[in-house]
Design a protein around this ligand. Structure first.
Ligand SMILES: Nc1nc2c(ncn2[C@@H]2O[C@H](COP(=O)(O)OP(=O)(O)OP(=O)(O)O)[C@@H](O)[C@H]2O)c(=O)[nH]1
Ligand SMILES: [Mg+2]
Length: 468
């Protein structure tokens, strides 16, 4: 079995915790009950003191030695004793010279002295299994490592500090209380009057839980954006200025721009930081009927990337009447939610009539831009932010990150709460309400880690890098 070790806590793990390559320092990290004993075997200092005698959170200069006197590297060793360490176990960190040779050598020595190579994310997994952090905080650690913008980073830090998970725990607590009440009412309610009162209170509680969950889900959706970013596809007829807009938003000339229609033939992706939100911009080939096979393929790719977009910039030319190509594009993206209409080349004379586009997308903002002198680009950015957060820009200190797993657990859990509310309103038996509520509690438990399976844990931690 692949992850036989993954739930064991009785052995000592080790990994190189810094990226491999030529850098200033490299760190080899150990965690587990034998960490200090192993360090004793390989660390030598002038005063002959052994790491197992070091006080916690102290730093010591010395050498890593192989077979009594052969010096491997000059190091600084840090001891962090259980339970006040990253994993809640005894942790030893060896700061050595970076570079693959000394790092690998020290790692091998530690392995030969009785440690086991850590799996990716296993240090963080131990912090979870030893109850220092919950699963949402563990996931936040990945997010901190991968944060693409300042706002993403701050949000991930908030998650790590437990702001988001506290809300989820609170809701779960409410659910458990309510379940207890329901169970009591099933057992004891003899008198009709008492039963009716009890039902009203339970209904009120469930409705409050439902509201709280809805709020949390909208926050989680914003959190998912901060974590993963959104895909914004720029589409339109040839030559309207799509690539110029992409470059303007990126503030660099990434995509080739020429006066020839049909310049872009493949989709180009680049990540931008738009007011703190990581946005993957996708420039596409202008959509038109073409006989050229490369262009035809480009058009096909444009249409399919529009389907996977979170947000679409529909680019039109201020200087030109709506053309058959434009109309076809408008019809092909009909029904997508988040569309921003960008009327580019506003520096040129107005020939466009927007009535049709406005009729098809009555909710969409219309923004006039000139990609060549950058005017209006900031308005496009504002519109993107507004659409993503539905008008409510997340306050940096409130935002937290969340991922698809958390979001879908919240949604499933809410669905059960809604069933429970419906069951009470339809006077279905309390037993049935309890079943829905139990199921909902189980799903929330997957988020907090109360009812998570070993397999799900492995999936979460497999996202980590080695040594974290
Ligand atoms: N006057 C004016 N010209 C612009 C503006 N934006 C782009 N252009 C010019 O329009 C031409 C086409 O621009 P591109 O950005 O290549 O257009 P595109 O939509 O990517 O075109 P394809 O890749 O062929 O589909 C270039 O000559 C640009 O310099 C603008 O706002 N005003
Ligand atoms: Mg182009």
């Amino acid at each position: 079995m692949k992850n036989m070790n993954s739930l064991r806590l009785d052995d000592t793990i080790v990994a190189i915790s810094t990226p491999i390559g030529e850098g200033g320092i490299g760190i080899v990290r150990l965690s587990g009950k034998d960490s200090l004993k192993i360090a004793d075997k390989i660390f030598a200092s002038k005063d002959n003191k052994k790491p197992s005698k070091f006080r916690t959170y102290t730093v010591h200069y010395g050498h890593i030695v192989e077979k009594v006197h052969k010096i491997v590297d000059e190091v600084i060793l840090t001891v962090m004793r259980a339970p006040r360490s990253y994993t809640k176990e005894d942790v030893v960190e060896i700061n050595c010279h970076s570079g693959i040779v000394p790092l690998k050598k020290i790692l091998d020595l530690v392995l030969m002295s009785g440690a086991r190579l850590a799996e990716p994310g296993e240090f963080t997994k131990r912090a979870f299994l030893n109850n220092r952090i919950d699963i949402m905080q563990a996931e936040a650690v990945i997010d901190i490592i991968r944060a693409k913008t300042d706002l993403s980073l701050r949000a991930a830090m908030n998650s790590l500090q437990g702001l988001f998970s506290k809300k989820v725990h609170d809701i779960r607590g409410e659910m458990l209380d309510t379940l207890a009440r329901i169970e009591a009412s099933i057992d004891f309610s003899e008198e009709a009057d008492v039963e009716k009162k009890g039902t009203i209170t339970i209904l009120a509680r469930l409705c409050r839980i439902e509201k709280d969950m809805e709020k949390l889900i909208s926050k989680a959706r914003e959190g998912k954006v901060l974590r993963q970013g959104i895909r914004l596809v720029i589409c339109g007829s040839p030559n309207v200025g799509k690539s110029s807009l992409m470059n303007a938003i990126l503030k660099e000339s990434r995509a080739i721009v020429t006066h020839m229609p049909g310049t872009t033939r493949d989709t180009i992706e680049e990540t931008a930081n738009i007011q703190g939100i990581p946005v993957v911009l996708v420039d596409t080939a202008g959509i038109r009927a073409s006989g050229h096979p490369a262009e035809k393929e480009g058009v096909k790719r444009s249409l399919s990337s529009v389907q996977t977009a979170d947000l679409v910039l529909l680019v039109l030319d201020h200087n030109r009447k709506l053309h058959r190509n434009d109309l076809e594009i408008i019809d092909s993206i009909k029904g997508k939610d988040d569309i921003i209409i960008v009327v580019n080349k506003k520096d040129l004379k107005r020939n466009i009539d927007l009535r049709y586009a406005k009729k098809v997308f009555p909710e969409s903002p219309v923004i006039y831009t000139c990609a060549t002198d950058l005017s209006g680009i900031d308005k496009v950015e504002d519109a993107i932010k507004k659409l993503i957060f539905k008008g409510r820009v997340p306050a940096a200190d409130m935002a937290s990150v969340s991922n698809e797993r958390q979001l879908s657990a919240l949604r499933n859990s809410l669905a059960d709460i809604k069933e429970a509310v419906g069951a009470i309103k339809n006077k279905v038996s309390m037993d049935c309400v309890a079943i829905y509520l139990r199921s909902s509690i189980g799903t929330v438990g997957e988020m907090t880690g109360h009812t998570i399976t070993g397999e799900a844990l492995d999936r979460i931690f497999s996202e980590f890098c080695i040594g974290k």
